[in-house]
Design a protein. Structure first.
Lengths: 164, 771
């Protein structure tokens, strides 16, 4: 039997009915048409399905949607506020951090979670934060560079804000 | 202002916004009204006769709309005209575990899966043939009844000059055996297809394919539908690496399920199924004999390969030839003999993976050259420099070399890595190794013989100044879309953002043969450039007429067409488009590219020729833990001659991606089987490098400005992979004095070899083509 629930996704409340055994990945993609969240294994191996749950990067393919009732969910669609890309998205664009683009949403979510808690990440911090997100195209280098570039921009913006 | 305003600049990619915001819709993201879901039932046996199939219980399950079995799709097809040996669903016999046997379409995937489990198949298991040795056993059960050579699929031999004479002239001759383990592509996106068959007889197929044109042809054959009624559309593809280059069962079955159910049918494969689709790197056993003079110059080479092909032909005949074709590059080999053999085994079919058939022999040759350099007390880099082919030369097997930056690539890698100092000074356990390589900028001949262009492009310019480029290319993440936009924007002197693309659609765009053999920049780039040149001529004529200036004194840049002697005389691009439309009517032009006829006059000469070759050098720095055998690759430095970088960001990304993939093949990746079963059909078991595993990567672009490439560009997608693997093997030898002549070089192999070495063993380690 389907169960009606309210999920808070990207700052919006969604009333959605789904079978209780469905994963958050399935509900996002199949019931809410939020197909920006990808799937490469559905076994928690590749990280393509990563979303933020209360700010932490979580693999939505091994997370039941019914567990997310009182949580704040952010997907890749929720990053660019009114079409304005985040510092990390812009940095990915500049360094060429996305090739085929399939791991990209998951990378962006893990990278965003890192930058929210650490605006001065070392290369090792970045490698650690992205260790659960497999990429087959880039060799990761341009992704590391994107996170570093975004961190730099976020620090500059912060400094300007404090100065202003 | 530099020579170009777009080419060579670090521009944003054409699709950056869609791919970074979740807006890009891949095949499995698509949804059509009334769409249902398909699943395939797959064989649990590697080799078995099908005695009986009964799908009636599946058909009767509520929610099931259609079921299809093999006898409904009897037409055999295959990517190569000489290997038409597959059917979409197995008939009478299954030849590998995971082969598709039946298809179901249902209201959702769960129901489809349940229905698959209700299909009753009675198998009579047969002895599986799992190794090259099994396959060469003439008493073994034939995998294909038609094969009059037992389980040998293909047997080829090519001789160029007298190798025995060459060996006689040599000061040093050595023979070595090598084993390259099979491995697979692992694109992050699993294959998917959406098929919509309309009762009017028109079929639309959206598929994650690298080769829409070949899929179009194969679907027409397998479905017995006229190609004019089939439209293949390629949404963004989440990586291919060669693994999405021909028709797969799900692509043939989905249209049938759609026809039978009257609904659009989506089939998205699971990760496990993608391992069964495979078509990846062939396991290859190799023997190579090379003769050299005291100074290291090669006098002759004799190369033998045996490929473990898996259950079907796929691209395998081409792969077999590719294990021999490029061995006369990037070093002069004045006499050359090649013997290649491919066998059938009861495993998922092997096919093309990045570097198609050239990666395995490159491993063997570069490791052997390292041994030769050591024996002759030559620096491995110097020895390769001495043997490097010259620009504008021909090889003994009739390959034409135009631009060639091998020496520059070696010099770049040597300088940037600090090769000379490190080679001398590293302590035990640390090593540095080097290897070179070569690759095609597109196969000179198509998969099926035809005299038509390999790539076509069409450009429309409207009176707003908007430009639309139509080209049948498939962007699999290598940024072929960006390439088209940059080339056309440069030629017409407009902003990249004013160029729109329609690609990967067989109804709307002219044929491009597909994203394989690193052909797209060279071929589609030239086609698009030629179409843009024609339009530019019309625009210039109309602008010259309007400004009353001579047409040959015009230039275009920054959205302006201007008189070069007095830049105050200028028109905006959109204005020029209106003048031209008034003069010529609706504006449009086509361009196409056909490679020059380069093939030699011998059987098998069709594999190897390319309008241009790229040249690469990789230097690897490693550290081996002498206690645990753990190999750490610290740094990889690559110099790659790519002609000209259309966009350095994209080119560096391709080089780094190739280095990554080569690294994975060198140290961990292997597609192996046990008792007929795939040992690791998941990402937990089949390891690919993570962010934590990666060595430092240094990618250096070497430019040689090819005379025939678009703006001088050659390829970058595949070439940089090949030298990484032997460079790592050679570095491991430098570190611990043990040769690893088989891949992957894993910690347990190193551990066993170190132990054996301590016990005084001399021949290490043994080459074994294990199951």
């Amino acid at each position: 039997m389907k169960q009606l629930m309210e999920l808070r996704i990207n700052g919006e409340a969604h009333q959605v009915a789904f079978e209780p055994y469905k994963t958050l990945l399935e509900v996002l993609r199949e019931d809410l048409d939020l197909t920006g969240t990808k799937h490469g294994c559905e076994l928690g191996e590749c990280g393509a399905c990563s979303v933020l749950i209360d700010g932490d990067a979580v693999m939505s393919c091994i997370y039941l949607a019914i567990e997310a009732g009182d949580k704040e969910i952010t997907t890749v669609e929720g990053l660019a506020d009114r079409g304005d890309p985040t510092a990390l998205q812009r940095a990915f664009a500049r360094t060429g951090g996305a090739q085929c683009g399939y791991c990209t949403p998951g990378m962006l979510m893990s990278g965003t979670a890192l930058l929210q808690r650490n605006q001065q990440p070392t290369r090792d911090d970045i490698k650690e934060a992205l260790a659960g997100n497999l990429c087959r195209c880039t060799g990761y280098t341009k992704i590391f560079e994107a996170v570093e570039l975004a961190a730099e921009e976020l620090r500059d913006t912060d400094e300007q804000r404090r100065a202003g | 202002m530099g020579e170009f305003s777009v080419i060579g600049k670090r521009n944003l990619k054409y699709d950056w916004f869609a791919k970074l915001t979740g807006a890009a819709r891949y095949t499995d993201d698509l949804k059509l009204p009334r769409m249902i879901y398909g699943r395939l039932l797959r064989s649990p046996y590697p080799h078995a006769r099908i005695l009986h199939i009964d799908a009636s219980r599946a058909q009767a399950l509520p929610g099931v709309f259609a079921v299809v079995t093999g006898n409904e799709l009897p037409v055999q097809y295959g990517i190569l005209p000489s290997s038409q040996d597959e059917t979409a669903l197995a008939i009478d016999k299954v030849r590998y575990m995971g082969e598709a046997v039946a298809g179901v379409a249902a209201i959702d995937e769960w129901t489809a899966e349940d229905a698959c489990n209700l299909i009753e198949v009675i198998y009579e298991p047969l002895q599986p043939i799992m190794t090259i040795d099994d396959a060469l056993d003439s008493d073994a059960e034939k995998i294909h009844a038609w094969n009059d050579k037992g389980n040998i699929h293909k047997d080829v031999e090519l001789v160029f000059g007298n190798v025995e004479e060459g060996f006689a002239q040599a000061d040093y001759v050595r023979e070595d055996e090598f084993w390259f383990e099979g491995n697979t592509h692992v694109p992050m996106e699993n294959h998917a297809v959406l098929a919509n068959y309309e009762p009017t007889g028109r079929l639309t197929v959206w598929s994650s394919t690298q080769t829409p044109h070949y899929l179009h042809r194969e679907l027409s054959k397998a479905l017995e539908l006229p190609p004019s009624r089939i439209r293949v559309i390629v949404p963004p593809v989440g990586g291919g690496f060669g693994g999405k280059s021909e028709a797969f069962s799900h692509e043939v079955v989905a249209p049938v399920l759609s026809r039978k159910s009257g609904r659009p049918v989506l089939i998205g494969l699971s990760r496990e199924e993608v391992f069964y689709c495979h078509r990846g790197r062939h396991p290859v056993k190799m023997w190579v004999k090379t003769g050299v003079k005291r100074d290291g110059s090669i006098t002759a080479m004799h190369f033998k390969s045996i490929l473990d092909g898996g259950a079907y032909g796929s691209y395998g005949v081409a792969t077999t030839y590719y294990t021999g074709a490029l061995n006369t590059l990037p070093y002069n080999v004045p006499r050359y003999r090649f013997e290649g053999k491919r066998v059938f085994t009861n495993k998922p079919p092997c096919g093309p993976k990045r570097g198609h058939g050239t990666v395995q022999p490159r491993f063997a040759i570069e490791c052997q050259l390292d041994k030769i350099a050591e024996a002759l007390e030559l620096d491995p880099a110097d020895m390769r420099m001495r043997n490097a082919v010259q620009p504008n030369s021909w090889t003994v097997n009739h390959l034409r070399v135009t631009s060639c930056g091998l020496k520059e690539a070696i010099e770049t890698a040597v300088e940037r890595s600090g090769w000379r100092e490190k080679r001398r000074a590293l302590p035990a356990g640390k090593g540095i190794g080097l290897a070179g390589s070569v690759y095609l900028s597109g196969a000179g001949l198509p998969i099926y013989w035809n005299p038509l262009p390999h790539s076509g492009a069409q450009i429309k310019v409207d009176r707003s100044g908007g430009i639309t480029v139509y080209c049948g290319t498939s962007d699999i993440g290598q940024d072929s879309d960006s390439m088209l936009a940059y080339v056309v924007a440069e030629e017409l002197g407009v902003d990249v953002a004013d160029v729109r693309l329609v690609t990967g659609d067989t109804d709307l765009a002219p044929v491009d043969l597909g994203s394989y053999s690193s052909r797209v920049t060279f071929m589609a780039g030239n086609a698009a450039k030629r179409a843009a040149e024609k339009l530019k001529k019309q625009l210039f004529e109309a602008a010259a007429d309007a400004m009353s200036v001579p047409v040959d004194k015009l230039a275009a840049a920054g959205g302006i067409i201007y008189f070069v002697e007095d830049t105050s005389k200028q028109v905006r691009f959109a204005q020029a488009a209106q003048y031209a439309e008034k003069m010529y009517g609706t504006l449009g032009a086509t361009g196409s590219y056909t490679p020059p006829k380069l093939a030699g006059k011998y059987k098998g000469a069709g594999v190897g020729p390319s309008p241009a070759y790229t040249f690469t050098c990789c230097i690897a720095e490693v550290e081996v833990d002498l206690e645990t055998g753990i190999l750490e690759v610290k740094k990889l430095t690559v110099g790659h001659d790519l002609g000209r970088a259309i966009n350095p960001v994209v080119c560096e990304g391709q080089i780094e991606g190739g280095m990554y993939m080569g690294y994975g093949e060198a140290v961990v990746e292997e597609q192996i089987f046990r008792k007929g079963l795939h040992k690791q059909p998941s990402l937990l078991e089949y390891k690919i490098p993570t962010s934590l595993d990666m060595p430092e990567l240094e990618a250096h672009i070497v430019e040689t400005i090819d005379p025939e490439g678009p703006f001088g560009a050659k390829e970058v997608g595949q070439g940089p992979l090949a030298p990484v693997i032997p460079a790592i093997a050679n570095a491991v030898y430098h570190a611990i004095g043990i040769r690893f002549d088989s891949t992957p070089i894993t910690a347990d192999k190193i551990m066993r070899a170190l132990e054996a070495k301590r016990k005084g063993a001399t021949l290490l380690p043994r080459i074994a083509s294990a199951e």
